[in-house]
Design a protein around this ligand. Structure first.
Ligand code: ARG
Length: 463
């Protein structure tokens, strides 16, 4: 199984080629070909800089730049033959460049190493995904805002422990997700700003003796500046970890709304109707309309957080600087990015298309003694009762209503006065769900006016 010819790129000191198993475990071309465009972009910036600094002739640099564009178009047209023997995208591109332009191709790697090259390529790839995540989250926020605006005053039960707690507004519940996604947005923006330093020119680990211009390549690749320590530049994968951790938190948020959709679309709740476009049928039960997209979004956190844990585990304890372990970074990030973008897009579609069942929401909001807190607050406000006593009196009224098989608004005034003699008829004003939500006007509260103010604020933020 041993090859007789050594590797054309690094085989100078080797008498024989690698065992086939060695080649298989070593190669990353099967997946890192996804960074072909970034690899060529980085190499073109490097070649242009080598010419500008007089390290390469402009003839050679031009031939390299042109040749790389040809390689890119071959890859884009699907005409490129990727080779496992050439290990990775970097050496596949360079070998093809040599076929195309000959000797100048061998000068491209001056003042550079695959260590700074792969860090640069991967950063460019991850940066694009951060931008895609930011765009996807903004689109999803817009979908939640549309729901919140339409239903700023629709009432629904608010839950704690998944038990009816207090009436809230539909708009307020939608806006809770806007806040969560807003934090996701800021995490991605923050991580993007922090990662935007160029590793290129750190070379293998120590920098280079060639008079390169790292500021020039950094600017050409849209980085804010070159990374300031060459050892750190090739050893750092924080940007990938931050992408994965931001993605994990975002996926966790998506899974929570996905779970609510699964519950809400059930026959027992009927809070929402999902559109046919985002539901599926059952092959055996004709009546079924399943929330498959919501269930799959609920599950995506598994692989996304799994990728985060995997990469943390790979990076933990690695001595500086580059170790081949780090080649295991890419598939995790690729997979997590693909599935995060898919989940964001599917969630946006579902949120845009879903229809709230206002009657079912309101009926549910009015059941389960949801205005018990309003009653207790009335006792405090009107009878100047300490809240703890009011809580106790209200508890007795709930027990009375429960024994009569009714909810609080259906108790008679006589029922009420049997528990506390000073309760008067205007107590009934606070027991209705619409009055309840309208009264919650504290900043960030569920009152429709508060919801509308938050919708307006977010529209301004997103402008
Ligand atoms: N394929 C490698 C990776 O993804 C590229 C860097 C290889 N560097 C090295 N010194 N062998 O990490």
């Amino acid at each position: 199984m041993t090859k007789t010819t050594s590797n054309a790129m690094w085989g100078g000191r080797f008498a024989a080629g690698p065992d086939a198993i060695m080649e298989a475990i070593n190669a990353s071309i099967g997946f890192d070909q996804r960074m072909a465009a970034q690899d060529i972009q980085g190499s073109r910036a490097h070649a242009a800089m080598l010419a500008a600094t007089g390290i390469l002739t402009s003839n050679d640099a031009d031939a390299i730049g042109e040749g790389l564009l040809t390689v890119l178009s071959e890859i884009e047209r699907g005409e490129f033959a990727f080779s496992t023997a050439l290990e990775d995208i970097h050496m596949n591109v360079e070998a093809r460049l040599k076929d195309l332009i000959g000797e100048p191709a061998g000068r491209l790697h001056t003042g550079r190493s695959r260590n700074d090259q792969v860090a640069t390529d991967f950063k460019l790839w991850v940066r694009d995904q951060m931008d895609a995540a930011i765009a996807g989250i903004e689109a999803l926020i817009a979908a939640f805002l549309a729901q919140a605006e339409a239903g700023a005053d629709w009432v629904m039960p608010g839950f704690t422990h998944l038990q009816t707690a207090q009436p809230v507004t539909w708009g307020h519940h939608m806006m809770a997700y806007v806040e969560m996604l807003g934090r996701d947005l800021s995490r991605f923006k923050d991580a993007r700003a922090r990662m935007n330093e160029s590793p290129l020119g750190a070379a293998a680990l120590a920098g280079t003796s060639f008079p390169i211009d790292r500021h020039m390549t950094a600017a050409a690749l849209g980085f804010d500046r070159p990374a300031a320590n060459s050892l750190d530049a090739v050893a750092d994968r924080d940007f990938a970890l931050e992408f994965l951790s931001s993605s994990s938190i975002c996926a966790m948020h998506l899974s929570r709304f996905a779970e609510e959709l699964v519950i809400w679309s059930s026959a027992q709740f009927r809070f929402v109707v999902l559109s046919d476009r985002f539901s599926t049928g059952s092959s055996i039960m004709p009546q079924k309309k399943n929330p498959d997209a919501a269930e799959l979004i609920r599950a995506k956190i598994g692989r996304i957080m799994g990728a985060m844990v995997a990469l943390f585990t790979v990076m933990k304890g690695l001595p500086l600087t580059y170790s081949k372990d780090m080649q295991e970074d890419k598939e995790q990030v690729f997979d997590a990015a693909d599935h995060l973008m898919l989940a964001l897009a599917a969630m946006e579609g579902m949120v845009r298309d879903m229809t709230a069942n206002r009657d079912a929401l309101e009926t549910a909001a009015a059941s389960g003694f949801s205005t018990a807190t309003d009653l207790a607050d009335w006792l405090v406000r009107t009878l100047n009762m300490p809240f703890r006593d009011a809580h106790h009196v209200t508890g007795s009224l709930v027990a009375l209503a429960e024994s009569k098989g009714c909810d609080l608004p259906e108790l008679t005034l006589a029922d009420m006065q049997s528990v506390h003699a000073l309760i008067s008829a205007d107590v009934f004003d606070v027991l209705g769900v619409h009055n309840s939500v309208a009264s919650r006007t504290s900043y960030g509260g569920t009152a429709p006016d508060q919801v509308r103010a938050q919708v307006a604020r977010w529209k301004e933020v997103l402008k």
